[in-house]
Design a binder for this molecule. Sequence first.
Ligand SMILES: C[S@@+](CC[C@H](N)C(=O)[O-])C[C@H]1O[C@@H](n2cnc3c(N)ncnc32)[C@H](O)[C@@H]1O
Length: 366
Amino acid sequence: MTSELGRRIARRIAVTGPITVAEFMTEALGHPTLGYYRRAMPIGAAGDFTTAPEISQMFGELVGAWIAERWLAIGRPNPVRLVELGPGRGTLMADLLRATRGVPDFHAALDLHLVDINTPLRAAQEAGLGDYRPTWHESLDSVPSGPLLLIANEFFDALPVRQFERTPRGWSERMVGLGSDGKTLTFALAPGLSPFARLLPEALREGGPTPGTVAEVSVAAVELANRIATRLVQDGGWSLIVDYGRDASAAGATLQAVRGHRPVDPLDRPGESDLTAHVDFAVLAAAARTCGAHVFGPVGQGAFLRRLGIERRATALKSRATGEQQAAIDAALARLIAPGQMGTLFRVLAIGDGKSAAPAGFSDEA
Ligand SMILES: C[S@@+](CC[C@H](N)C(=O)[O-])C[C@H]1O[C@@H](n2cnc3c(N)ncnc32)[C@H](O)[C@@H]1O
């Protein structure tokens, strides 16, 4: 039995034909009433997945230190737009703000903007961040211009991807269509070659990929990286993007679905599972550089947090903790920075205006 949204998508396909994987993701995550990210958000142990700021306060505190240092580096503008894309329960931002209270004049300069399509989550964000009088937006486009400090943790991986498969004659697009029962959603290759394969990064298109190779591109992610970089170059500022992904464009289908902390079929019960695809950081970096922005990274989340001093922070927290709490701090630290856990699987990219000094966290010297 599929979901109500699954039935609606099947009816649409029956009338207008197969849809792209990107169109499917857009519906499954963003449908105005039934999309996964429109409903009460299942982050955390009782939900579908957990995220770095939910694992430990140390994550938001160190991102806060990075952001405050960047504010100083760009000349302490007042006001400065502090923007979070996809703030979830607001935990990262709350930790960031608490950790930066002591930075002289920083909070007085902050103009807080939260970009999220999840209306039910706003209540949680309001509870934690209401004192800072945030403004909510459905997209970055309505955030007013001006110097910008932007963070996005596990946001880009929710943006829709198109998938293409190499055939002996060229690239065809992978679509979502209907099975022989006329109801079940299924992947199928579009007949003929796709002119949209030119959207794929050159590294994937060229070099004689073997038939059967699948390649992905997120046009939405490229457009967003462009918009962020353009604003940073025009108005000054920095952004920090943290996500699951790869440093160099690589072939492979990475679309995946998670429900209740378990992998499930992405086409099963759309609207009831989280859909993600690996972020192609090479493509984001190239898009930002094309706009004239400076790019640092990607580096592993573990290396980034270690350079910012997460181990010292853990030691400080443990010095005032019970034995049980100390064990929990150690476990959270390992999850955030250990190789094979989030330490290497998650990558960190900074995009900046190019006028200020290099940011901390991206090399041992900085
Ligand atoms: C995986 S959660 C990450 C939450 C938070 N950053 C964290 O680390 O806990 C993704 C967040 O992005 C929001 N989101 C997903 N797609 C979006 C879109 N297209 N536009 C705006 N917000 C979106 C979701 O509602 C959610 O708050």
